[in-house]
Design a protein around this ligand. Structure first.
Ligand code: C2E
Ligand code: SIN
Ligand code: SIN
Ligand code: FE
Ligand code: FE
Length: 403
């Protein structure tokens, strides 16, 4: 058997892509890029990534250009699906064995293999999976991070063909070098969740799930808003990557607020509410030694997520982030509020309305939608509200995923 040959240009181009991956911070953006590049290298129609969590594989990312309209595809990302690491499924088997499996036709597996092809996806979406390449994602130190599955390789004439050995070796080389960036992305998100669990001790409403939802809503609303404005893809992806993490930190300043106020079961007095308002400034102060774009955006969102589009929000202009701000200065409004914070505001209020709080019960969806609509143009930027309702199915998929 001949080893497939690669030109040094090919290898260099892969190393360049891996280098680019290292600029990304959030695990979703990293998975998105790894899947796109792997599909490009093998000319595959579709693909998904499962990540290892304990004894299970958790479905973590999917792309299928042939199948979905955009919003359906985004919603599919937030499916809750786990597969045991065992011989019964293809991905489970690859996780056990740590070797790729190449399948010519998913519906015509050799009789002797222990695994079965799971037809539920094809059935649900009316798709026909034929050729499959399933690969373990292993770090250089041989840690198993997850499993990637590529589906339906195409030839130049767009006919489905088997994945050849060249594909297999080429994609494996790329995927295994990329695996460590996935680990780093997971670590970034966990670091933020751990940071927020401090705030959660203080304010039980700021749970990990709330924080994950606000991050995911913000990323999805941002992307829709940016597409509506025809921003270019590279910009969109970079900002989307950051906003997901920065929005998770919107309320980190609540660590500075006394329990007696934060956990108060009933309505706050004006004095107490004035105290709570400071969580915006406390949060922003954590990021003032700005060393990265993520710090910059986290500061913006923490400081401005309670400003209102037509004015009347808080904290207003706080130039030095100290306590000397002029209480008579008019609060920010409109474009003075960074877009990232205008987006996080809708995400945060939507989530607060849907959730139980120490001071309120959850509100039902129709009423929540009505409140968001009614506050378009007053509390919220109308363009952001429009983007929000355009992707309402995605929003609901996120709400289901992080309960
Ligand atoms: P939070 O609970 O995360 O709420 C975030 C924002 O969602 C609120 O910002 C408000 O704009 C919106 N929101 C939450 N619940 C409702 C609701 O029932 N109806 C409507 N129309 N909007 C709602 P806001 O008001 O600036 O409050 C900031 C934070 O202050 C809240 O974060 C919460 O931690 C605290 N807070 C506000 N009001 C009370 C209260 O009456 N009692 C207590 N214990 N805490 C409060
Ligand atoms: C699944 O989608 O459940 C896993 C697919 C497979 O069988 O490999
Ligand atoms: C407010 O009074 O500003 C909260 C109402 C809302 O934004 O839905
Ligand atoms: Fe807040
Ligand atoms: Fe919040």
């Amino acid at each position: 058997m001949n080893e497939p040959q690669y030109s040094s240009e090919e290898v260099a181009s892969i190393l360049k892509i891996i280098d680019d991956l290292n600029t990304l911070k959030d695990v979703d953006t990293i998975l998105d890029r790894i899947l796109s590049e792997s599909r490009r290298l093998s000319n595959a129609d579709a693909g998904s990534i499962f990540l290892v969590q304990g004894k299970e594989l958790v479905f973590s990312y999917v792309q299928n250009d042939m199948l979905f309209d955009r919003e359906k595809g985004r919603a599919a990302l937030y499916q809750n699906l786990t597969v045991p690491i065992s011989n019964e499924s293809i991905v489970g088997h690859v996780a056990m064995d740590r070797k790729p499996i190449v399948i010519e036709d998913a519906y015509d597996l050799p009789a002797e293999v222990p695994y079965r092809f799971n037809t539920s996806f094809d059935e649900e979406y009316g798709y026909r999976t034929v050729s499959i390449l399933t690969l373990p994602l292993l770090t250089i130190e041989n840690r198993l991070v997850g499993v990637m599955q590529l589906i339906n390789a195409k030839d130049k004439d767009n006919n489905v063909v088997p994945f050849d050995e060249r594909n297999q070796v080429f994609v494996s080389f790329f995927a295994n070098n990329a695996a460590v960036t996935i680990e780093r992305g997971i670590m970034n998100r966990e670091l933020i969740l751990r940071m927020m669990s401090m705030a959660e001790l203080r304010d039980p409403s700021e749970t990990g799930a709330h924080v994950q939802r606000v991050g995911a809503y913000s990323a999805e609303i941002y992307e829709r808003w940016a597409l509506n404005r025809n921003l270019d893809d590279k910009n969109i992806q970079a900002t989307r990557d950051l906003i997901r993490l920065a929005a998770m930190l919107h309320d980190v300043g609540k660590v500075g607020i006394a329990d007696s106020i934060l956990k108060k079961p009933g309505k706050l007095t004006d004095e107490e509410f004035d105290e709570i308002k400071k969580h915006t400034v406390y949060g922003a102060r954590l990021f003032t030694s700005i060393t990265s774009e993520l710090d910059q955006m986290s500061l913006e969102i923490a400081l401005n997520h309670h400003e209102k589009w037509a004015g009347g929000g808080y904290p207003g202009p706080v130039p030095e982030l100290d306590d000397t701000c002029d209480p008579l200065a008019p609060p920010k409004q409109g474009d003075e509020i960074p877009i990232t914070a205008r987006i996080a505001a809708v995400a945060d209020v939507y989530d607060a309305l849907c959730s139980r709080r120490s001071y309120k019960e959850p509100i039902d969806q129709d009423k929540v939608h009505q409140i968001i609509r009614e506050n378009s143009g007053t509390h919220f930027d109308p363009e952001v509200v429009e983007a929000f309702f355009q992707i309402i199915d995605v929003i609901e998929a996120i709400r289901e995923k992080y309960q």
